[in-house]
Ligand binder design. Structure first.
Ligand SMILES: NC(=O)c1ccc[n+]([C@@H]2O[C@H](COP(=O)([O-])OP(=O)(O)OC[C@H]3O[C@@H](n4cnc5c(N)ncnc54)[C@H](O)[C@@H]3O)[C@@H](O)[C@H]2O)c1
Length: 241
């Protein structure tokens, strides 16, 4: 029980990587708040006990303030924030619309700002906290067809390093995880032959599973990582090495 007595907010916790983290954190003894805009999927995973769902769009500050207020009313505190919600709207630079550029920035970058700023007063008052932001190999190395996504995910690394510097002295650790290609809905539109090529250029010769990322979140959320701050942990089978 590595998270006994802790409360975690997991954005995008209704499916994919986030859902895997919700299940793992609950097994490790945490109270878990799923914050997601998909009400149907989110509600399915409530258990009326230590896993509750709060519907919110991370790009909407009012939504997030209300959700965080709800989490405090339900669980009384927040020790861990996983900024995991994310979307893609892929196109090459030549074809990308400004709407698709802006939408991805709003959710994947500004959403991280909103959620962290909303939770921050609670962690400052407690004098401790763990914030884990989800970046991507695309944020580290760029990726074909992902101008918007790569910019947002590189921005997430910038936020992470800045917040570690600002908040470390307040007892708050801020780290990022940079997943490689992980088997979730997000990569379901990639054709099989491309996925095969991706596997072949990955030193571990496979795609990632949601639990590979959930385990990294768990380590960074646990007391075992107390002296790790401002780090970007690649969980990509060695792809970015
Ligand atoms: N799957 C991959 O290969 C991969 C690789 C690198 C990084 N990531 C990142 O990991 C994170 C999780 O991705 P996933 O693969 O589990 O995707 P997913 O599509 O399976 O899940 C994303 C979740 O985020 C929620 N969400 C989307 N927009 C939201 C919003 N505006 N407000 C609230 N919730 C919202 C969705 O409803 C969904 O439950 C994302 O940040 C993604 O960018 C994924």
């Amino acid at each position: 029980m590595r998270l006994n007595g802790k409360t975690a907010v997991i954005t995008g916790g209704a499916s994919g990587i986030g859902l895997e983290a919700v299940k793992l954190f609950a097994r490790e003894g945490a109270n878990v708040a799923i914050v997601d805009f998909n009400e149907q999927a989110g509600k399915e995973h409530e258990n009326g006990n230590n896993v509750l769902f709060f519907q919110a769009d991370v790009a909407n500050r009012e939504n997030i303030d209300l959700a965080i207020q709800g989490v405090i009313e339900a669980f009384g505190k927040i020790d861990i924030l996983i900024n995991n919600a994310g979307i893609t709207r892929d196109a090459t630079l030549r074809k990308m619309t400004i709407e698709d550029f802006q939408k991805v920035i709003d959710v994947n970058l500004t959403g991280v700002f909103h959620c962290t700023q909303a939770v921050l007063p609670i962690m400052l008052e407690a004098g401790k906290g763990k914030i884990i932001n989800t970046s991507s190999i695309a944020g580290v190395g760029g990726n074909f067809g992902q101008t918007n996504y790569s910019a947002a995910k590189a921005g997430v690394i910038g936020l992470t390093k800045t917040w570690a510097k600002e908040l470390g002295r307040k007892g708050i650790n801020v780290n990022a995880v940079a997943p490689g290609f992980i088997e979730t809905d997000m990569i379901s539109t990639i054709p099989d032959h491309i996925l095969m090529q991706i596997k072949l250029i990955t030193p571990s010769v496979r795609l990632g599973k949601p639990e590979d990322i959930a385990n990294a979140y768990l380590f960074l959320a646990s007391d075992e990582s107390d002296f790790i701050n401002g780090h970007v942990l690649s969980v990509d089978g060695g792809m970015m090495k």
